[in-house]
Design a protein around this ligand. Structure first.
Ligand code: CS2
Length: 405
């Protein structure tokens, strides 16, 4: 029986990693919540079991969770689990902002939570927990990032190393591997209607499609996950997914919300936005490797069909969150690559401008922008600075001409 320690027990991991691990059999998952006790309390009340409501299928019971630790209640227990040899895989879904990186992917030492973790308090970030836990560990371990960041394993390793160096911790790097991975499954928040229909307050809704491509560099055993693609190089796959799916998603989130829509499938019903999603995918496709470019037309068609799914009420505002963390590798990298090839990127540029307009509208209407850089965004807008200042915030002011014209 293998053991996974999973940090970040939101809906995505409960629809993706947990579903694959349920199918594999033979492995158990201990969850870690870095902040609140809500998910632990909910799952504990039902013996850590919940239903996965895969659209169009019977609700699937997921029974792989053993228990969930809540870091603020018992930080020491989390570090002990990270260090324990029986845990062979530490997997992570903490969303883009959970890595606390600057726009050029360096550990953000000015971030208050990172600064507090470095100062030696009980760790509150995934980076602080991993650095302090791995420093106590003597057995091989695979740390598997399952978040939508480019080169997610590489940037996680670099952030943990930067933290360890500053904190004077020594980690046995020869025993730790950080494979890159690409994850995909559209998983909205749980609605009250689903809770009522299933009688399960912890049920998770998701689409039938799922995809997982992982770099085959595990330090030890792994579950026999079905239909996972193991490969030497995840980058071509993650570029395909982040630059086509997630870029179009983000554009729909900003332009769709501005146009008064609530869900992705509604925005897709708007001919202008639908075409804009197609155009972003086509522009992004030109930046991919030749193999991926060959797959891109069929992949784009499949994405459009997934976005059209009227049974998945995927909120545009949920996707709109944390734009400063998402845009760099969803849109900016592609615009830069296209510029390097001498190609314009009008659809992607319009996507970035939709983010700017969205931020300006939120601030004008006195709503908080849901973003770790919300204070800086609001300050730029309230003090009347030009759009270029927002580009600068996400490390894209070199593309001012291409984006703002
Ligand atoms: C979405 C993603 O919330 C978002 O930013 O674009 O969560 C998206 O649904 C997943 O990456 C799909 O795999």
């Amino acid at each position: 029986m293998g053991r996974i320690l999973h940090i970040g027990v939101g809906n995505f991991c409960r629809a993706h990693l947990a579903d694959y691990t349920q199918d594999a059999g033979g492995w158990r998952i201990t969850g870690v919540s870095l902040r609140s006790a809500t998910i632990r309390d909910g799952l504990q009340a039902q013996d850590y079991r919940y239903g996965l409501a895969i659209q169009g299928q019977a609700v699937k019971p997921i029974t792989v969770f053993e228990h969930v630790l809540v870091a603020p209640e018992n930080p020491r227990a989390v570090l002990q689990e990270i260090a324990t040899p029986e845990v062979q895989i530490i997997s992570i879904t903490v969303t883009e902002k959970g890595y606390h990186l600057t726009s050029d992917n360096q550990l953000d030492v000015a971030d208050p939570l990172i600064a507090s973790d470095l100062a030696g308090g009980d760790p509150r970030t995934v980076i602080g927990c991993l650095a302090r836990g791995l420093a106590e560990r003597q057995a091989p371990v695979t740390v598997l990032s399952c978040d939508n960041r480019a080169a997610n394993g590489d940037v996680l390793r670099a952030a943990v190393a930067a933290f360890a160096e500053r904190a004077g911790l020594s980690i046995d790097w020869a025993q730790a591997s950080f494979p890159n991975s690409m994850v995909d499954r559209i998983t909205p928040a749980t609605s009250q209607a689903l809770r009522d229909a299933t009688g399960d307050p912890m049920a998770v809704p998701t689409e039938p499609f799922r995809e997982w491509v992982i770099e085959d560099s595990f330090a030890g055993p792994r579950p026999d996950w079905p239909d996972v693609q193991f490969t030497d190089d995840v980058a071509p796959h993650e570029m395909r997914k982040l630059r086509m799916l997630n870029a179009a998603h983000s554009m729909l989130a900003y332009a769709g919300t501005l146009a008064g829509h609530t869900y992705v499938h509604e925005a897709m019903g708007d001919p202008t936005l639908r075409q804009a999603a197609r155009d972003i995918m086509a522009e992004a496709a030109r930046t991919l490797t030749p193999d991926m470019q060959a797959l891109a037309p069929a992949y784009a068609d499949a994405l459009i069909a997934r976005f059209d799914n009227p049974h998945i009420n995927h909120s545009l505002r949920q996707i709109a969150m944390d734009g400063s963390q998402k845009l760099p590798y969803r849109m900016i990298d592609s615009i830069r690559a296209l510029q390097g090839q001498g190609h314009p990127a009008p659809a992607l540029a319009a996507g970035v401008r939709a983010w700017i307009t969205f931020c300006r509208q939120e601030v004008a209407e006195w709503r908080d922008v849901q973003d770790p850089l919300a204070a800086q965004i609001a300050e730029i807008i309230r003090t009347g600075k030009a759009d270029n200042a927002l580009l600068q915030l996400i490390g894209a002011d070199d593309l001012s001409q291409a984006i703002l014209g």
